[in-house]
Every structure is written in structure tokens, then in C-alpha cells.
Design a protein around this ligand. Structure first.
Ligand code: ZN
Length: 491
């Protein structure tokens, strides 16, 4: 274990030395604070689905802090207060806003972690020099009505990030007003992106992606946009130590209606940070921590002007964002259809469905064919294996109690993945068993097809080896499968 850890550190060290000599410097405050992150982590957030009422007590608490100035800057359509939280006394104004899209909450969590860091007793000399140079202004959760529903758009159904010119949303107007009144030197536009993005040419998720948005159609680079690019290069360097090859760069096509592009145009050095996916981190708690580190590093760099010495050419070397990931990728499976033999790859994605306080996954076949240019969070070479469509269990079970007594592993070994049930509970679409339950009337379509259920078997020489149930893969020859899973209930 110890050796593995040492090797891991060595590997990261060598990697950053070879590919980015510029960044192999002494770790900055961002990286050091990252090591002690648990002390600053705001415990009010355990997952990424929280609402305005959850951040209000935190803002109330900040009002009692002498160092922090809290101002209401507007109200959402449904009457939720929008706040600006400011700290520091320097001349450089840095404006950071999160969750303009209601379902993109990762950076909101990181903002409150940052305040815990600012208000802690640690690094007091470093923070004193930071706040002598900068004044930070945070707008956490710019779109609280969207956050209430965990949806992208605001209460009007408008994408606030396409409202920078027309300014019909109170959220967009508040942001514009603050930017203009501060004439902010720096702007951080904090978002989340799809978990299926990867950094081009790399088989891992793009956990963080950056953009220094263009301010015109020609994608010109003036000094300020250049500064934003340099700061991104610095943040990338910090992140590469923790998530090598998991940082991407967004396409910089000018979007005339977007806030990032316009704020750059209005003279604020603007940086877009997008939080994507990471292994075993659907709730983005690890990604939140990376946000904390990257933003903190950037703030110190702004204070110390250290980004200025960065080689701007390195910006273009950050790989472009690509969208080539699946949750599960299965390759080279033998498949017989209409009496003919084929070799196919399958790309399977599991979409999140919220039911009350629980999040369930619904697995679908997203792509079929030659997927050799794609990647998977899980990736399995199935050369020599064959696809076996799932069958419907011939016995009808009465209710959930009877269902709970079934040995699902044996069922899988016999090729059954669907069970008909007489008494299907109201309003339930998922089950905690590795099975697809169907009411007596429900349509069941076990064919492996594009857009269909990711429920089938994989066998060798006629014997079933793997079950894929609702996108979750199990080895049916083994007793233990300690994975979080859920099945589906078809009504
Ligand atoms: Zn967004």
C-alpha cells in the first residue's frame, strides 16, 4: 500500500516535470490548503442537490463576520434574494458568480468552502497579503429559482447565459449591474458540464474545463484576454498534479448573447470554469474540492501577478473538450440477429432520475457499432463473448414481499432479467434489486436496440457470465458484487 502511494506520487511528479516544467515549482497556497481541505469543507452540503434555503443560513452567518460585507443585489422572479459577498480591501476587484444554471451547483459549494478558509486562523500572513491586493466579490447561486427545481433555466424558462444583451431576467440584470458598478478586473464564470466530456485524445473524464471566452467573432486576443489565458494555464498546472489529462479547454467560438463573452468584451478578464465528471463522484464532492484549490490558486496568482510570467502559448496546448465518454463501454461482442452474425460495441449511459430525496439511475443503450474512438468510465473488452437477450421469468410474483425472496443471481444465471409482478406499488419507477420488474400490463422489450433498456446478458460457449441490468454490470459467476445499483419498474 505504502509502495503504491509512493509510486503514485513519483508518477505524478515525473509527469508534471516532463510535460510542464514551468509548473514544477513549490506548491502554492492553493495546493497546501487542498491538503487540509477537510477543515474548510462546508458541512451543510453533502451532495450537489441543495436549494436557496440551504445557503441562506450560511449567508446569515457571513453577515456576522466583520471581514465580510453582504449586500443584496437583486431578487429572482419568485422572490429569492440574490447576494453579493465581498471580502478583502485590495484594489483588484475579482467577481465570481456560480450557478447561473440552476443545476450546476459544484462551485457554489466551493465558494462556501473558500469562505471557511478565509475566516479560519490558518495562513493568516498569506491571507493578509492576499486581501491587501484583492477585493473578492462572490455571487453564489445566481439562479435560485432554477436551483429550486435543479434545472438549468430560470423561472421564466430563459437560459440566463443567453440574456447578457436583452437583460430580461432579474438574475442577468443583477450580474450586469454588479459587474458594471465594480468595473471588475477579473470575472470567474462558474458552471458545470456534462460528465461525458473528456479532454481530446484522453480516455478519462474532463473533470475541469476552462475557457478564456472570445470577445469578438475574430477571436482576437487583447492583453486582458491574454491575462485570462495565462491564469488558466497556471490553474491547469495546479490541477494536472491531481488529475493528469483530465483538464479540457472549451471551444472559443464567440457567443454574442452569453455573459462570459460579453463580460470579457466589457473589459473584465474573464475565465469560465466548468466542473465535469470524475470517477465515483456523481455528487461532485471531489470536484468541489478541486474547484476550491484551482480558484484559491488563481486568487493568489492575481494578488501576486505571478500569472504574468506564464507562457501564453501553453494555453493552446491544453487539449480541447471532446464528448467521447460513456458510463459503460463494451467492445467486440458477438451478436446474432436474424440468423446473421455481427461484432458490435455498445455504449451505455445511466441517466440520473430524482425521486423525492433519492437519485436513481436509468441505463440506456446510447450507441451501437464501432466505438473504438470512444471511452468509458468502465470499459470491458468482450472478445469471444456473445450477447444473450434477457428473458422474462415465467413465474409471476405477487408483490414486493415475494420479490424480495428471490435469488437474483440464480435468476441471472438462467437468463432471466425481467419479472412480472401483480401488485405494483403506486408511483414507483425503480427497485433496489438487480432486476427489471414489470406490471402485468407493462410493455416489455428485451431486444438489444439503440435507445433501449441496457438489460441483457453476456455469455461464453452458451453459458452466461455477465448480467447487464439497467446499465449495471455484474459477474454472475461470483457471489459478491458490492456495487451500488438499482433496477427498474415498468408500469
Ligand atoms: Zn452552465
Amino acid at each position: 500500500m505504502k509502495t503504491m502511494q509512493v509510486l503514485g506520487i513519483l508518477y505524478v511528479g515525473i509527469f508534471s516535470f516532463i510535460s510542464m516544467p514551468l509548473w514544477s515549482q513549490e506548491p502554492g497556497i492553493g495546493q497546501r490548503a487542498f491538503e487540509d481541505y477537510d477543515q474548510y469543507r462546508e458541512p451543510a452540503f453533502e451532495n450537489r442537490r441543495f436549494q436557496h434555503q440551504d445557503i441562506l443560513p450560511l449567508i446569515e452567518n457571513l453577515k456576522t463576520q466583520e471581514q465580510v460585507e453582504v449586500n443584496q443585489i437583486g431578487t429572482s422572479i419568485e422572490g429569492r434574494e440574490l447576494y453579493l459577498l465581498s471580502i478583502g480591501s485590495g484594489k483588484k476587484d475579482v467577481l465570481l458568480w456560480s450557478q447561473m444554471h440552476g443545476d450546476e451547483s459544484t462551485a457554489t459549494m466551493a465558494i462556501f468552502d473558500l469562505f471557511n478558509f478565509f475566516l479560519s486562523e490558518d495562513y493568516s500572513a498569506e491571507k493578509r497579503s492576499l486581501f491587501k491586493e484583492v477585493r473578492l466579490h462572490f455571487i453564489p447561486m445566481l439562479n435560485p429559482d432554477g436551483a429550486q427545481r435543479f434545472q438549468r433555466r430560470n423561472r421564466l424558462g430563459v437560459d440566463v447565459n443567453r440574456d447578457a444583451l436583452r437583460l430580461q431576467t432579474p438574475e442577468g440584470r443583477a450580474l450586469k449591474k454588479v459587474r458594471d458598478s465594480l468595473e471588475a478586473d477579473w470575472g470567474f464564470n462558474l458552471h458545470d458540464q456534462s460528465r461525458y466530456y473528456n479532454a481530446q485524445g484522453h480516455d478519462k473524464p474532463a473533470t475541469i474545463s476552462f475557457l478564456a471566452p472570445a470577445y469578438d467573432q475574430q477571436k482576437s486576443i487583447n492583453e486582458k484576454r491574454g491575462d485570462a489565458m495565462k491564469l488558466i494555464v497556471e490553474m491547469n498546472g495546479v490541477l494536472q498534479n491531481h488529475i493528469p489529462n483530465q483538464v479540457g479547454r472549451y471551444d472559443d467560438t464567440f457567443e454574442p448573447r452569453a455573459f462570459g463573452d460579453n463580460i470579457q468584451k466589457w473589459g473584465t478578464r474573464t475565465i469560465l470554469i466548468e466542473s465535469g465528471g470524475q470517477y465515483q463522484d456523481r455528487e461532485k464532492q471531489e470536484i468541489r474540492k478541486l474547484n476550491f484549490m484551482a480558484i484559491l490558486s488563481a486568487l493568489f496568482s492575481i494578488a501576486q501577478d505571478s500569472y504574468k510570467s506564464v507562457d501564453i502559448a501553453l494555453y493552446e496546448q491544453i487539449p480541447q473538450n471532446d464528448r467521447k465518454l460513456f458510463d459503460l463501454k463494451l467492445t467486440d461482442i458477438n451478436h446474432t440477429l436474424e440468423g446473421q452474425d455481427f461484432i458490435i460495441d455498445l455504449g451505455i449511459n445511466a441517466l440520473e432520475v430524482v425521486v423525492g430525496d433519492s437519485v436513481y439511475l436509468r441505463g440506456r443503450i446510447t450507441d451501437i457499432g464501432d466505438l473504438s474512438t470512444n471511452y468509458g468510465y468502465r470499459d470491458r473488452d468482450l472478445t469471444g463473448f456473445e450477447l444473450i437477450p434477457a428473458a422474462i421469468y415465467p413465474r409471476i410474483v405477487k408483490d414486493d414481499q415475494e420479490l424480495s425472496k428471490i435469488n437474483f443471481r440464480e435468476l441471472h444465471q438462467d437468463g432471466y432479467a425481467y419479472i412480472r409482478m401483480e401488485e405494483v406499488p403506486e408511483g414507483v419507477n425503480f427497485v433496489d434489486y438487480p432486476i427489471v420488474v414489470a406490471s402485468l400490463d407493462a410493455q416489455v422489450d428485451p431486444e438489444v436496440r439503440l435507445g433501449g433498456d441496457a438489460t441483457f446478458f453476456i455469455g461464453k460457449d452458451g453459458k452466461i457470465v455477465y448480467a447487464v441490468i439497467n446499465g449495471f454490470m455484474f459477474d454472475v459467476t461470483r457471489q459478491d458484487h458490492e456495487i451500488d445499483f438499482n433496477g427498474v419498474l415498468l408500469r
